[in-house]
Ligand binder design. Sequence first.
Ligand SMILES: Cc1cc2nc3c(=O)[nH]c(=O)nc-3n(C[C@H](O)[C@H](O)[C@H](O)COP(=O)(O)OP(=O)(O)OC[C@H]3O[C@@H](n4cnc5c(N)ncnc54)[C@H](O)[C@@H]3O)c2cc1C
Length: 479
Amino acid sequence: MGVRTAEAYLEGLRDGRAVFFKGERVEDVTAHPDLGVGARHAALDFELAEREAYREMMTCLCPETGETVSRYFVPPASTADLLHRREMVETSTRMGGGVVLLIKEIGTDALFTLSLIARLADQKYGTGYLERVRKYHAYCRDMDLSMAVAQTDVKGDRGKGPSDQAHPDYYVRIVEERSDGIVVRGAKAHTTCAPYVDEILVIPTRAMAEKDRDYAVAFAVPAHAKGLKLIASHFGGTSGSAFHHPVSSRHRLCESLTVFDDVFIPNDRVFLKGEWDFAGAVANTFVQFHRFTAVAYKPPLCDLFIGAAALIADYNGAASASHIREKVTRLITYAETVRALGRAAALSPRVVDGIAIPDPIVTNIAKHYFASGYHTAVSLVQDIAGGLVVTGPSEEDLTSPETKGYVERYLGGRAGVSTEDRLKAFNLIRDLTASDFGGYHELLALHAEGSLEAQKVTIFRDYDIGRCVGLAKEAANIG
Ligand SMILES: Cc1cc2nc3c(=O)[nH]c(=O)nc-3n(C[C@H](O)[C@H](O)[C@H](O)COP(=O)(O)OP(=O)(O)OC[C@H]3O[C@@H](n4cnc5c(N)ncnc54)[C@H](O)[C@@H]3O)c2cc1C
């Protein structure tokens, strides 16, 4: 089939899927006033593949079929491939107003993971998963499908494992095994773009014990599957004025509470079924790929912070103040450190079964550095901008004959800058940092791709501390 058009993608979302928004069933996500914004944002992935200027970056000839396919589906095999993949993610996010598209990136992160772990499970249990994963991967690639990943379970009591919870459904589990497939029940939280994809890949969120066997499950399910309910979050977006919300009126993500109300999964879509000792490997390998994706999509928003801060400082007539220059310098350092660490993670990959896995230490340091510095970056932009970010007048005040004159006269800044442009710059900063969308970005920075502690755990676990201890002993003359 090759690559699809944006229209074909949007048409594919009108398939009777059970999406709920603020308690109401949504018949067509693409036509919905709030959700439609995210659907059109996601469609950018297909538009870029169609545009001459981006076609070569976003597509390639499939090494297996010779057809033109989205490049996301071709596993990275080297540093060069990883750097290209990160460039695709960064470029498409920049085109998306600093908001990642995430309808191919995350799904292929999971496909690469499943193929690596399927081989290991097959070797131990003779399960035949690798062949299934390969066929499913080829199906998604050849149909140019969009994918979400539902990894994070709702988890109930965080101090307890899947089988020790107050009720058995806080982690997605197998409730019935049939000769032709399995039936699953439970719910995953925060599934980004679930209302906007063709397929949802479901993988474990943590390592499991033997008693958690029923929870050690990985599979793929079409978004319109019977029994699958997507309760979409209404936070983090707006269908409001483009003047007030210059970015979020055009770009947004949307997460769902993804409910599996006894959903049947045929055997050819099941990639882990009770092999509890591989649940942790799936969970950990996925985040290696996905945090690399994450640190590729973070820099465009950091660039917007630098640009917005420098712009408003100029409009306010404060650009040459030494403390403003120092703060913009810190924003530049923040953005370029995230970008450089993201690139560095591609430099020494581990290649397994022909798939290049980014350096886990550098990837996790990059993600942790970004997440732990994000709120400081927000405060620097807000500090430079001033209070009008949240106290300024509305679009209507700027057009009403009764108020327009006052607004234009009193809210001017540096000579030569129109009041309207100055207000637009404030609106951009509010949208990015002090709105519902801005707050969403703060939580996205902190928790998406795993909370701060998750990165620290990996850094400590994977780092060769022994090498440094050896050096310390040598320096101390300890034999
Ligand atoms: C915007 C956004 C998009 C996301 N997209 C996706 C997606 O597409 N797919 C997906 O699967 N997930 C997604 N996530 C989920 C994300 O990975 C989780 O939010 C993250 O792993 C934290 O899980 P949680 O939200 O359940 O918080 P919790 O796990 O409850 O964490 C809250 C705090 O409690 C701590 N904590 C939790 N358990 C323990 C424990 N046992 N011991 C000690 N401390 C503990 C954590 O370290 C953290 O500080 C997304 C999240 C966000 C915010």
